[in-house]
Ligand binder design. Sequence first.
Ligand SMILES: C[S@@+](CC[C@H](N)C(=O)[O-])C[C@H]1O[C@@H](n2cnc3c(N)ncnc32)[C@H](O)[C@@H]1O
Length: 276
Amino acid sequence: MMPVQAPPVSSDKDRVTELFRVMLPYYLHERAHDWRFLAQQRRVCAMLSGRAGRALDIGCGSGLMTEALVERGWEVWGLDLLESAVAWASAEAEKASWGDRAHYVVGDAEALPFSTATFDTVIAMGVLEYLPDVHRFVSEVRRVLRPSGLLVVSVPSSIAPYHLAQSVLDRFVGPPYRGIRRLVTGSVRRSQIPDHPRHPLAPWRLDRVLARARFRKQAWAFSHFCFYPLDRFLPGLSRRIDRRCTVLEESSLLGWLGTQYIVAAVRRGELSPEAG
Ligand SMILES: C[S@@+](CC[C@H](N)C(=O)[O-])C[C@H]1O[C@@H](n2cnc3c(N)ncnc32)[C@H](O)[C@@H]1O
């Protein structure tokens, strides 16, 4: 009898790369018009206003932030694990009039291929949740930022009703639903999305990590006010609810209803040896 071969074990990083390889068509052709991306882009640009210089976009994907940043006076470096996304972004920049102010590199957020104090700002939209060690990421960002440089990061908020409902329904309703479906139709539709690690963060946990790494919180906001599974079944209604909720983006009372937490924090100076 032939021995059964165990499937190859892949690291979390391989699984994240595979996820975004599969998702690439969305990032190339749809995300630029996706209201969720546009809401984040508007917020991130507002948080950067009044600053300029060199910007690093970590997890830049297909480079959707680059043009908006260049238009606001930044020279932009985009970095991503996924070679095909970086190749696309570079080709798009070559065709654009602003292409000489955009640079791309394949690389890992946890070991940035840049010297100390290279950038005036670092943005990281939708990448932190795929990394195993938030502290390591923040300390790498701190290293490449100049003193008083700004980090703007967006991450799914683990306290959002969306994520809470999703995990409860997936855990308790998903298995019986799939069981019944298998009985009735004889099959279960399998998701095209490969299994992957993803870690939403509580806003206060991210704030604490930043404070410990000597970043001063300067601004914050929530975005994406959608509710699971309404957004799956009634996307039009879900979009209308989100529009109404835009007023809550900076609300201390109800902002946490938003699924995405965006925070801007300034890199403070080093601790003096006496301060210990
Ligand atoms: C959700 S997408 C966001 C893309 C882009 N920031 C945007 O908002 O359109 C996350 C991106 O992070 C990249 N990524 C994931 N882990 C990474 C890592 N360790 N280092 C660099 N990039 C990473 C993925 O390849 C993917 O392009």
